[in-house]
Design a protein around this ligand. Structure first.
Ligand SMILES: [Zn+2]
Length: 174
């Protein structure tokens, strides 16, 4: 299976639907469309309602609300930054370190056969929310690509998001 196929699940329509159901975009009064991630950070809802797995002053980890596989996380800077190159050194270091820990937590919680860690930078690359740069951390299983091919557009997930959230929170190194 080609890399294109492996990454097909991360394309625009898919990712665009990722966070909308969690917090409706506000878009109120600014004249600019809301950012679903920034709305999520600003939300007063509890972490298990927002599916925030981890946050610190510079970086935030949320569950993908429509995961390609259970445990699929998004790691991003807290600051609204569209371009990877616009991250400052501290943010860049925090995002990368957070991604490293996210991979470790995923391993502890799910023991996957492998992990996809990557970013779709810009719409042409498949980013659904190109204005706020983010990394995908996605567990992979031997044979899962064959399975996904067989079921095409069908997503079958073995557990509820709230269960994924609880597992990853418990596995996150303290
Ligand atoms: Zn944002």
């Amino acid at each position: 299976m080609s890399l294109d196929h492996l990454w097909a699940g991360w394309r625009s329509a898919y990712v665009a639907s990722v966070v909308d159901p969690v917090v409706p975009p506000s878009g109120s009064g600014t004249g600019e469309p809301a950012c679903v991630f920034c709305d999520l950070f600003a939300s007063q809802a509890s972490d298990d309602e927002r599916y925030v797995v981890h946050e610190d002053p510079l970086a935030v980890v949320v569950l993908n609300a429509f995961p390609y596989a259970s445990g699929h996380m998004l790691v991003m800077p807290r600051r609204h930054v569209g371009e990877l190159g616009d991250l400052d050194a501290a943010e860049s270091a925090a995002v990368w370190e957070t991604a490293r820990v996210a991979v470790a937590a995923l391993g502890a919680a799910y023991a996957p056969d492998g992990v996809n860690l990557g970013a779709n930078l810009g719409r042409a690359a498949g980013a659904g929310i190109p204005r706020h740069v983010h990394l995908h951390v996605l567990p992979r299983w031997i044979g899962d690509t064959n399975f996904m091919t067989a079921v095409a557009a069908t997503r079958v997930l073995p557990e509820a998001l709230s269960d994924s959230w609880a597992k990853l929170r418990a596995a996150w190194p303290r």
